[in-house]
Design a protein around this ligand. Structure first.
Ligand code: SF4
Length: 188
């Protein structure tokens, strides 16, 4: 039997009316999840783990992070996160997370808590020592002497979470230190 356009539209309207009366729509809205982030303060950030740079939403309550999820409006990930990014909340809220500098002196079996000022000075001292000891000014090859100004006592390793501006500063700093061994975690 052929179906006319008019009968088809009538039938469709009847089916839609039946669906509306069947209670299915009401059930669907009752099943809608309650937003646990409703009313919380939200800010945007970028995942620190890799160079994909997924956008995230961070929800806070009274200054404490209570939820992190993918940002649906971010052009890179459009709300999706990999398993590592999805677990970022556990990094922010983790009783085992170290928040103070721990230092173990050479030969010691004990960790000591140190201030950031002490730590930065210590790192600067060691870097200077190493540069002074291992700086090579010239190199002779095939009877010719070349100026190389190379620091052979140090290597720099960049991380995939660095953005372009940070990479620029990092490479400039390493060159200023005379570092020739400059690598990147994502390339290794
Ligand atoms: S969520 Fe995963 S893919 Fe996205 S930036 Fe973080 S680590 Fe990389």
């Amino acid at each position: 039997m052929g179906i006319s356009r008019r009968n088809f539209l009538k039938g469709s309207g009847l089916a839609a009316g039946t669906l509306a009366l069947s209670g299915k729509k009401a059930k669907a809205s009752a099943d809608a999840p309650h937003l646990r982030t409703k009313g919380l303060q939200v800010s945007t950030t970028v995942c620190p783990y890799c160079a994909v740079g997924c956008g995230m939403l961070v929800h806070t309550k009274n200054g404490k992070i209570v939820n992190i999820e993918g940002d649906p409006e971010h052009p890179i990930n459009q709300g999706a996160l990999c398993s590592k990014g999805s677990a970022l909340f556990q990094v922010a809220n983790n009783e085992r997370r170290l928040s103070k500098v721990q230092y173990r002196a050479a030969g010691s079996d004990k960790w000591e808590e140190k201030s950031w000022d002490w730590t930065m000075n210590r790192i600067a001292e060691l870097m200077k020592d190493s540069r002074d000891k291992h700086f090579v000014k010239t190199e002779t090859r095939d009877g010719k002497t070349y100026t190389v100004n190379r620091n052979e006592g140090m290597a720099f390793l960049g991380g995939a979470a660095l953005d372009s501006e940070e990479c620029y500063l990092w490479s400039k700093f390493s060159r200023a230190m005379g570092v020739a061994y400059l690598e990147h975690q994502a390339r290794i």
